[in-house]
Write a protein that binds this ligand. Sequence first.
Ligand code: AMP
Length: 110
Amino acid sequence: MKCLFCRIVEGEIPSTKVYEDERVLAFRDIDPQAPTHILIIPKVHYDCAADAPAELVGHMAAAAAKIAEAEGIAADGYRMVINTGEAGGQSVKHLHLHLLGGRSMQWPPG
Ligand code: AMP
């Protein structure tokens, strides 16, 4: 069975798209943890970053930086997160990068 994010890539499940190129799709998180909370995902399925080409993970980060500029959160700063595996808090097993901004982030994260 196709995973949730593969179904979003294919348009079977709606999303609020903010950016797309030939390799990645970015859309707003359905349960935002910050005023700006966007997920950047590869269009091709990989379970996690370790399975994906390093260059693709870099492309996702570069896309997130562009989106941060477009969203107006770059000047104040933002956070990029890739949760990995159960203990890492990954609930959707399709590689995704969280872009969070618009408020101060605590460190260490909870
Ligand atoms: P993670 O816990 O790192 O796997 O993150 C998965 C994220 O996907 C969570 O922040 C969810 O709120 C988000 N999410 C789940 N379903 C959807 C959906 N249909 N559209 C947008 N975001 C979603």
